[in-house]
Write a new protein. Structure first.
Length: 77
């Protein structure tokens, strides 16, 4: 929700009604925590993992946006 402040209200409403969206939130949290940890490591070998987790975070963000655009907060799905 921090990365998508314009959608925060909609995310809260949809997230409260959707197990699928909750799963996406959890996947994003796991990936972003791992990414932050990798970014703090002085190991140059982590570059490939950093790129992978940046991609994962971006893909999950896109999935969340697509979910929100395809679902009305008034109708549980």
């Amino acid at each position: 929700m921090l990365k998508l402040p314009a959608m925060r209200g909609r995310l809260q409403i949809l997230g409260a009604k959707s197990a699928a969206l909750q799963d996406l939130f959890e996947a994003y949290e796991d990936a972003s925590v791992t990414l932050e940890r990798l970014l703090k490591e002085p190991d140059s070998d982590a570059r490939l993992m950093i790129r992978e987790y940046e991609t994962i975070c971006s893909e999950v963000e896109n999935d969340v946006i697509e979910y929100c655009l395809g679902h009305s907060p008034d109708v549980p799905k």
